[in-house]
Design a protein around this ligand. Structure first.
Ligand code: NAP
Ligand code: COA
Length: 263
């Protein structure tokens, strides 16, 4: 159940890089439901067109690779030209796969860093003069791997750690006109990320037992966190990473069960 009013984002424009599927598409849909004009971007034109149709309300489905600064800049100019200055920009495009460091080529490592980290720099650097200032809100989608080392994830750990610092540095450089924050989702059911990183996990209650809130997250829960961060309710919030992860990053909550009956 959302605490936000249906017209919260009327008059706002939102650009969602990586918004053509999964969590970011959920965020884009929620922005549109709350009245924002929305553009989503991915590499695949069919996915982009389908996502725009699913969002409805005249949403734009754009195509560019976030690794290509000129292309992403062109897409954002297009969106701002059609919809007006950008109030909200989400950088959520990411690539991932499980592989040990010794099973990863230099190009494999570079590819994920290039999409996640360099892509986030490109999206944020490229949007600055297209933003509605003051008041614009930027959100990067990071992950727990930014702070917790994770085997088979050296590329994503390095890339997401870098994203956390991009968030903090830009919050310092671009305040007070622009707020810059991050969201760190936990394991979110039904997403590409979950199927790549925890294949078969949806049937395994053991994983969920380790999460303090004892379940996978939902896309709509991450979308609500995004709405909060770009709303006036978060007007004094910048440079923060909002964990939307059921407490996953705190550690293994199943250990509490060892002490049941002791206190
Ligand atoms: P997803 O469905 O695979 O979404 C990735 C999006 O990024 C798609 O729109 C994809 O479209 C686009 N994309 C990928 N590479 C791109 C590139 N080079 N240039 C432009 N667009 C590109 O992923 P998801 O699982 O929902 O994850 C979304 C975000 O949440 C990611 O940042 C991920 O790291 C983060 N996250 C996810 C989870 C989880 O449980 N799923 C947990 C923690 C953090 P195209 O393929 O058409 O390019
Ligand atoms: N294990 C080891 N290396 C892998 C790999 C795997 N599972 N998958 C890809 N690679 C390597 C490739 O072999 C290649 O390295 P090489 O040139 O030395 O052989 C390198 O990674 C780049 O692969 P390529 O397929 O050319 O990259 P791409 O730019 O077309 O796609 C990916 C990027 C690999 C990240 C792809 O999985 C993707 O597009 N992902 C987006 C969706 C996603 O991951 N969503 C989840 C977000 S959490």
């Amino acid at each position: 159940m959302s605490a936000f009013k249906d017209n919260l984002l009327v008059g706002k424009t939102a650009f969602v890089a990586g918004g053509t599927s999964g969590i970011n598409l959920g965020i884009a849909k929620r922005f549109a439901e709350l009245g924002a004009k929305v553009a989503v971007l991915g590499r695949n034109p069919e996915k982009a067109a389908n996502a725009a149709a699913e969002i409805g309300q005249g949403a734009l489905g754009l195509t560019a690779d976030v690794r290509d600064y000129a292309a992403i800049r062109g897409a954002m100019e297009h969106a701002a030209g059609e919809m007006g200055a950008l109030d909200i920009v989400i950088s959520g495009a990411a690539g991932n796969f499980l592989a040990p460091a010794l099973g990863m080529s230099a190009n494999a490592f570079r590819t994920v860093v290039d999409i996640d980290l360099n892509g986030t720099f490109n999206v944020f650097r490229g949007c600055y003069d297209l933003l509605a200032r003051p008041g614009a809100s930027l959100i990067a989608i990071t992950a727990g791997q930014a702070v917790n080392a994770s085997p088979l994830q050296i590329h994503a750990c390095a890339a997401k750690a870098g994203i956390n610092q991009v968030i903090r540095v830009l919050a310092m450089e671009w305040g007070p006109e622009v707020r810059v924050n991050g969201i760190s989702p936990g394991p979110i059911a039904g997403t590409e990320g979950m199927s790549r990183l925890a294949p078969g996990a949806s049937a395994d209650g053991g994983h969920q037992e380790r999460i303090p809130l004892k379940r996978w997250g939902r896309i709509d829960e991450v979308a609500e966190a995004a709405v909060f961060l770009c709303s006036s309710s978060a007007s004094y919030v910048t440079g923060t990473i909002l964990d939307c992860d059921g407490g996953s990053q705190l550690g293994d909550a199943s250990r509490r069960d060892l002490t049941r009956g002791m206190a």
